[in-house]
Design a protein around this ligand. Structure first.
Ligand SMILES: Cc1cc2nc3c(=O)[nH]c(=O)nc-3n(C[C@H](O)[C@H](O)[C@H](O)COP(=O)(O)OP(=O)(O)OC[C@H]3O[C@@H](n4cnc5c(N)ncnc54)[C@H](O)[C@@H]3O)c2cc1C
Length: 565
């Protein structure tokens, strides 16, 4: 018989996931785990079987934009692919958004929802994108308290009935800027009936097939700059199903996320309603960004996990130099390094989900609210970078097959590459962190160190009693990285206040912000991994997380460079 290579396969993606199951066991009371386990197991089955098979079969399908009908009417119709149509149905049926709003587990409902999203995402070619914005829009409307809009839209966004379900878009980026939207050119003008109408171009609008969107525009007469923008609610179609003075100019031809219809739009008098006030749109849209950044982190760990599940299975099937890859020490070592990155990222993303859940049920205290403010950008930027690294290595772990499209593997890397770009690039979020610490290079805030002190003390809490020598060594690495980051910050912050040194020091602070943020991110991940490893040893006699923590502690936690200029 000629040689025939067996392809990688997936089992039930919940049952097979030691990391997720062990984490849920630690966090959630046993009775509640039993309550939610069937929903997770069913999603794990779909993700490893029906959805995964359809994903492979649907690989070449992409959304289709038809701008004109046969009779010369502008229709701008978008057809989604079979995978996305099924994904929407499954997402709604299984409450991938709704679970966070039904709050059957109280504050832990957000964790339950994120676990569903984590299982669902990798088999759906980023259907997580419209779900993230839908979730973010619901949270924003609820937070801002516009009752008429809450009554109108939120029931559609959080429903479990596919016939009633709406997705939401988030239209911020214009040609002039995505990171810095303060100069946005879209104008809101009142018509003769007093209704606002939007005029402008939106340059990146994902999942443009949504029924509603939250967007930024400048009411006529408002000042320039970010404060002069207002947050608007738009329903994309009128009662006859026609687009509401919206033209879809084209769909973007992108590296990845090929199933996501990302469009360039012209708003030509689109009816819109103010969500809250006529100014401060950038501030008002923040709840949406916090939710989409959480989804970004969950997607990052989900894509890493999918790559590693396939790579681990393949290693048991592929033979080289007379032995399976799973018996080759260097291959095993390579995968172990990737597994450690994934486990560290997993605990960070889910920790932010825990804090988000407490925030949503009003159980968060002042310190935790500050912690959530600091950790959301750090988590998003850290996990996104890890996803690109891990999925790139996963492709290599398949050799040539990893580079071949119909294995389905290259999409993992291409889809991961968007994670550091949208919802705030790495640099932009690193500067946002400085702002959250009161150090935005413009203002010096005497309170600034307190945020960092709080973060460090919360993260290292209980470390004095770590007795396992391997975990104690890992804990020392995390503490040293925190100290280095704090010293770097204090030194540079001190310089910004010195006469004649201010401008240079501010530049130093900004230039080092990415290394500072990534160092904090990796150190936070290590602390969370150590805590889970301790629990696993003590309560489940499982040393796997200890191995991951030890491994992760020696893979570049402290990235700060002193005196780079
Ligand atoms: C697939 C895809 C889908 C998208 N979907 C949407 C959507 O649905 N809605 C939406 O509103 N947007 C969407 N976007 C847009 C996305 O959010 C922006 O592209 C992103 O925020 C970056 O903005 P920009 O493209 O204008 O880049 P720029 O802001 O021009 O950034 C260019 C580079 O400069 C860096 N940079 C910028 N400012 C600074 C600074 N002060 N200091 C240091 N470095 C800096 C950035 O990190 C980046 O590396 C999407 C993008 C993609 C790729």
């Amino acid at each position: 018989m000629p040689f025939q290579q067996e392809p990688p396969s997936l089992g039930n993606q919940y049952e097979d996931d030691r990391v997720l199951r062990s984490y849920l066991k630690r966090l959630i009371p046993e009775a509640s785990v039993r309550e939610i386990e069937s929903s997770l197991s069913e999603m794990g089955r779909l993700a490893g079987d029906d959805l995964y098979q359809l994903q492979l079969a649907d690989r070449l399908n992409e959304p289709l934009l038809t701008q004109w009908d046969a009779w010369g009417n502008r229709i701008d119709k978008i057809e989604l692919t079979p995978l996305w149509r099924l994904a929407e149905r499954i997402a709604v049926d299984h409450g991938v958004v709704a679970t966070a709003y039904e709050q059957k587990l109280g504050a832990l409902s957000r964790v339950h929802q994120c676990a569903l999203a984590y299982l669902f995402t990798p088999s759906t070619d980023i259907y997580s994108c419209p779900l993230a914005m839908t979730d973010g829009a619901a949270r924003t409307l609820l937070t801002l308290g516009n009752q008429a809009l809450i009554d109108r839209a939120v029931p559609h966004l959080v429903t479990r009935n596919p016939e009633e379900f709406w997705t939401a878009g988030q239209w911020m980026t214009e040609l002039i800027g995505g990171s810095d939207v303060s100069s946005s050119e879209t104008v809101a003008r009142k018509d003769e009936n007093g209704m606002y109408r939007l005029h402008g171009r939106k340059w990146f609008t994902s999942a443009v097939s949504s029924q509603m969107a939250l967007t930024l525009a400048r009411p006529e007469g408002n000042p320039t700059g970010g404060r002069g923008l207002a947050l608007f609610y738009v329903e994309t179609r009128d009662e006859n199903g026609r687009l509401s003075n919206i033209e879809i100019n084209r769909l973007k031809d992108k590296l990845g996320t090929r199933k996501v219809p990302t469009a360039e739009l012209t708003l030509a008098g689109t009816p819109a309603q103010l969500v809250k006030g006529t100014t401060d749109g950038v501030r008002n849209i923040t709840p949406l960004l916090n939710i989409t950044r959480l989804w970004n982190g969950i997607s990052a760990v989900a894509l890493m996990r999918r790559g590693l599940a396939l790579a681990a299975d393949y290693a048991t099937k592929r033979v080289a130099f007379g032995r399976r890859l799973s018996e080759q020490p260097l291959h095993v070592d390579t995968l172990a390094g990737l597994q450690a990155e994934f486990e560290a990222a997993f605990h960070f993303a889910f920790y932010v989900a825990e804090l988000t859940g407490r925030n949503e049920t009003g159980e968060i205290d002042e310190d935790e609210a500050l912690l959530l403010r600091l950790l959301t950008p750090i988590m998003k930027l850290t996990t996104a970078k890890q996803a690109v690294f891990v999925t790139s290595e996963v492709l290599e772990s398949f050799g040539g097959a990893g580079y071949v499209e119909d294995t389905g593997l290259p999409a993992l890397l291409r889809d991961s590459q968007v994670l550091p770009i949208w919802e705030g690039t790495t640099n932009v979020l690193a500067l946002d962190l400085l702002r959250a610490l009161g150090l935005d290079g413009k203002h010096r805030n005497e309170e600034s160190p307190s945020g960092l002190t709080l973060l460090m003390s919360r993260m290292s809490h209980g470390f004095e009693s770590v007795s396992d020598p391997q975990l104690a060594a890992a804990a020392r690495v995390a503490l040293a990285a925190f100290d280095h980051a704090a010293n770097w910050l204090a030194r540079n912050e001190g310089e910004t206040g010195k006469r004649g040194e201010g401008e240079r020091a501010t530049r130093m602070l900004e230039a080092g912000a990415r290394r500072f943020a990534l160092t904090l991110g990796r150190a936070v991940e290590l602390t969370l991994l150590i805590k889970h490893a301790r629990w696993s040893r003590e309560h489940a006699q499982d040393g796997s997380a200890t191995v991951a923590a030890r491994r992760f502690s020696s893979s570049g936690i402290d990235l700060i460079v002193d005196d780079i200029f």
